[in-house]
Design a protein around this ligand. Structure first.
Ligand code: NA7
Length: 552
């Protein structure tokens, strides 16, 4: 790896760009930077690529965006040659795809695995970052890109006695690489978000008994997963130009689907019901886009929520279990809606019990049981499907020091502050991919990742071409953006839910609606306009003059 002329001579290793993480964001970032002649090095804490799909190996793990869309678009050869086997790809297949991409584009030589970035400091006199690694080395970089993922910091719940449990404890977000077989075991699952909802039906088939500990009932729509035929793949591939264009430019969530043109209350009861029924039967993520106001108007939202609650009551045979499974704590869609395969019907099995830990919180975990409501539920193994310190958790694990030695964790103590979700004032040349303040987790992540990577690459190429040494978000631009992110969020129902979007799942985390809800298409347009105006809202450091960096 040759260091670029602009950063060489400062340390044993120096790069134009250090990228943190080798998930889908880090891999594409590396590919794109190399294509522009930048020297780049990726550090990845795991021993393989894939990011969230490397860690989340729990039973039933599957993407909730259709596989033909949850895939890179930057290479037409890649999207034409890869055969997705199912409508929603299972985790092992997505991980195989990530490995295929790493091999196909020869990314591995520039990725250092089993290495955590522990600390990074900005040097104001040289405008360079020093990056301290878990292997004891420090490398120098002009730019640091945090491709650390939004759902990669698995969160252990604080439950009394958890350490004293003598059986095996698994977190869905940190699942072992070898297969886990629960056959003949009494298993307890704590948590009923997407990970719990996907894993429960699979574990129920193996376990002698499964006890599901539910704090908050969740809305879930049938995924209607199915094998993809060659004809289906071919017809989708043929329309890729249209699909990708729509997802990037026109959509709100990075997904190719119909755009609703009316609100839920514009239809009569029968018409509305038949539309919900059709979406329920179609399955998947488009349920919420049957109408254009489900995320905005509580009365409209109630019509969709009531429909799903009725469905749950129809599926679940025991009325008390059905009642507990019917979500009432939040409007539908304001916590990430789930997609399942036989989740609710799993509770009709004689070997599955639902325990309400909202009314009776877990008192203690003992050596072999979970105690709640004065009763002990004996289990041989515990599955913690308790989620993540989402969006900011993985960034917070790195000690990032910007101007004047300021810690990013300190700056973000009251909640993340960014301009466009891409940069934070006081931290020059430090980019975040799909960070807080960008559409991120409210979108098809790969669409948003590609947009950020392309924008960042254009930006550093622009700086190289003009000889700028550093770039930094201006404070007023950041303040305005944070205000805008809040304004659009609070015009919706989303902030009314105690969701991980709000940081509400982590005790003590500030309650801020973190992603940008303004939509993928409008957000891209804003980013493009900022760039077209010479990176409006960013301060460039250094005199504008053509200078050479690597390969320029
Ligand atoms: P989520 O969606 O954050 O779900 C976590 C679940 O665990 C949720 O039901 C929580 O209840 C529950 N939880 C968390 N902490 C506790 C404690 N201490 N005690 C009991 N129950 C607890 O994480 P997932 O991994 O399922 O999904 C994350 C995203 O991945 C998902 O949205 C998709 O985008 C993919 P709560 O709701 O907080 O009451």
């Amino acid at each position: 790896m040759s260091a670029s002329p602009s950063v060489s001579g400062k340390a044993s290793e120096a790069y134009d760009v250090v990228v943190v993480g080798a998930g889908f964001a880090g891999m594409y970032m590396l590919h794109k930077l190399r294509g522009q002649g930048f020297s780049a090095r990726v550090y990845e804490q795991g021993d393989g690529v894939g990011g969230t799909w490397y860690w989340n190996r729990y039973p039933g793990a599957r993407c909730d965006v259709e596989s033909m869309q949850y895939s890179y678009s930057f290479s037409d050869e890649l999207q034409q040659e890869w055969d997705w086997s199912e409508r929603y790809a299972p985790q092992p297949e997505i991980l195989k795809y990530a490995n295929h991409v790493a091999d196909r584009f020869n990314l591995r030589p520039d990725i250092q695995f089993n290495t955590t970035v522990e600390r990074t400091d900005f040097n104001e006199s040289t405008n360079l970052w020093s990056v301290a690694l878990s292997d004891g080395k420090t490398v120098i970089a002009k730019f640091v890109v945090l491709a650390t993922g939004c759902l990669s910091n698995a969160r252990m719940p604080e439950i009394k006695g958890l350490d004293s449990f003598e059986g095996k404890v698994y977190h869905t977000g940190h699942w072992p690489h070898e297969a886990v077989d629960f056959t003949g075991q009494r298993v307890g699952v704590i948590g009923t978000g997407s990970s719990g909802i996907q894993s429960v039906p699979v574990i129920a088939e193996q376990a002698s008994h499964l006890t599901v500990f539910q704090r908050t009932a969740n809305f879930s729509i049938p995924a209607r997963n199915a094998v993809l035929s060659e004809e289906e793949r071919q017809s989708f591939r043929a329309k890729y130009p249209e699909v990708r264009h729509f997802a990037r430019v026109e959509s709100r969530n990075g997904i190719y689907t119909e755009m609703p043109d009316r609100g839920a209350l514009d239809d009569g009861d029968n018409e509305r019901r038949s539309k919900y029924e059709a979406r329920w039967n179609r399955g998947g993520l488009t349920f919420m886009s049957v109408y254009n106001n489900l995320g905005l108007d509580k009365t409209a939202n109630d019509t969709a929520a009531d429909f799903v609650r009725e469905k749950i009551a129809e599926i679940v045979e025991d009325p008390e279990t059905a009642r507990l499974l019917q979500p009432t704590s939040h409007p539908i869609g304001t916590k990430r809606i789930c997609f399942d395969t036989e989740y609710f019907s799993a509770f009709n099995r004689p070997n599955v019990t639902l325990v309400d830990i909202k009314s009776n919180p877990i008192e203690e975990i003992t050596a072999n049981a979970v105690r709640t409501g004065g009763r002990e539920y004996e289990v041989d193994a515990l599955v913690l499907a308790t989620g993540f310190d989402a969006m900011t958790g993985s960034v917070a694990r790195i000690d990032i020091r910007g101007r004047n030695g300021q810690a990013l964790n300190q700056k973000w103590a009251e909640g993340p502050r960014t301009y466009l979700g891409l940069m934070s004032a006081g931290f020059p040349n430090l980019f975040v991919i799909t960070g807080p303040g960008s559409p991120s987790v409210l979108s098809n992540m790969i669409v948003s990742i590609e947009q950020h990577v392309d924008w960042i690459t254009d930006c550093v190429s622009y700086m190289r071409g003009r000889g700028f040494e550093a770039m930094e978000a201006k404070k007023d631009a950041e303040d305005n953006w944070v205000a805008h992110v809040n304004e659009v969020a609070y015009a919706t129902l989303y902030p009314t839910a105690n969701s991980w979007y709000m940081g509400a799942n982590v005790p003590g985390k500030p309650r801020i609606f973190m992603p940008y809800i303004g939509g993928v298409g409008p957000y891209r347009q804003i980013c493009n306009e900022v760039a077209a105006k010479g990176y409006e809202g960013f301060a460039m450091v250094g005199t504008e003059q053509p200078r050479k960096m690597a390969a320029s």
